[in-house]
Design a protein around this ligand. Sequence first.
Ligand code: GLN
Length: 240
Amino acid sequence: MDYNIYHLFPQLLNLYGDKGNITTLCYFAKQFGLNPVVHEVNDVADIVWDDVDFMLLGGGSDREQAIVTAKLSEIKEQLKAKIEAGLPLLAVCGGYQFLGNYYQDSQGNKLAGLGILDFYTVGQTKERLLGNCVIETTDFGSLIGFVNHAGETFHDLEPLGQAIVGYGNNLESKAEGIRYKNLIGTYLHGPLLPRNPALTLFFIEKFLQKNNVAYDFMKIDLTLEEETRASYLNKIGVNQ
Ligand code: GLN
């Protein structure tokens, strides 16, 4: 069975190796007998909406965000409808910022967001939010990642988790990211999925359930991932 993975604007939205999330998703999808098909979308007209099983909106610099904003505004309604219908979507950093009402960069330039979720982001020059992060979550355990951005995001919606190392959505709050249906928005690059198999399996499980495919997570060997995670958490002084 094909598993259609859409990466939007891979040349523009791929900061710090966000594409690695796709490589990881393909690797695990194959272990469930799926046939991952990666669609690198440079023209929104190429999106076959009925076939989208997973979508990645990666991070981008302010320059890249400005280019992509206009292109994304063309698919605002379709994307919103798919998210409401439960599309598994990972939005990282700049990709996360697009989903809100607006992103104002640190120079004061305001880019309209897609307005799919009620939040906003403002770039500042006081302090760059940069470094390793660990986010404690209810459903996925500790999520390990790396952040590098100037934007501070503000919302009262459900966060992905709470930062126990590093930054949350803004300089004041430890609440990090956003969760809405099967959408995960976060500032964590890294890339995120190779370091956090619980999140990868969450996305794949959504597909398997929707298509009534039987699966057994116990058959998946996560030894290497778990060793890597333990060693990393130990190194930065987080006890599990
Ligand atoms: N340009 C945005 C910011 O600095 C997003 C950067 C990113 O995607 N890492 O906030």
